[in-house]
Design a protein. Sequence first.
Length: 279
Amino acid sequence: MAGRPDSWMPLYVADYLADTAHLTAAQSGAYLHLIMAYWRAGGPLRLTEAGLARTARMTPAEWAEAAPVVLEFFRLDDGALRHGRIDHELAEAARLYDARKRRTEAATAARAARNVTDNVTMNVTSDVTTNVTCIQPQPQPQPPFPSERDTQGPVLGSGGSGGKRAERADRGTRLPDDWLPTDEDRAFAGSLGVAVEREAASFRDYWHAKPGADGRKVNWSATWRNWVRRSSERKQGNGTGSRAERNGFIVHAERLAREDADRAAGRSVVDFLDAEDRG
């Protein structure tokens, strides 16, 4: 029968035993085989007497004796044997089967629709992201730090209620990554008995690590000469300098950095050092 698997048939044991209590074992077996054949066929049985005997697993003589009792459970309808209870169970099984099939088909369709929606959403999102990325403004190259000549502007003297700030403060530049002392720088360090390569390495490390405006200088050669002088002073005597001398050098370097930062910000600076020492 369409819409029903024939591998399983409901059998209500209590009902069966109550309805067949008057049957012999042979008659009960024959009846059970007939209703199972009815279920497999999906409807009425259209069999000859010989066919009914074979279905009941009986010889013709045995069937002729059992048939009057067994066939009481069926009714003859247009040459076919019909069974009311089996017809009802067949209809119910078909209804349940069709309902399960419709639910499965609906779930499959919904899942396919979700997959389509997810794919469309993913593609649209990818396209939008790509387009937005493409139209993002690209960073424009920035000009390099201005040279000392470009940054130097006229500095007005003090006057009036406290003087005017510089129209353009000298910001200086950071020590280049590939900085090396020039021949003049080396000669100056050598004249003070300073180990050039070691001091140059310390000089680079110190100023490369210096953050912000404190790490900018207008004249790195002057800063180098000042560094070398302080190094030479520290090494007088035992060649290493006292802790106080080393601390004094660090304080001095910090003061130079603060003065440069003050000049860059337009703040007044007290001139403790000559122009060369300020670097």
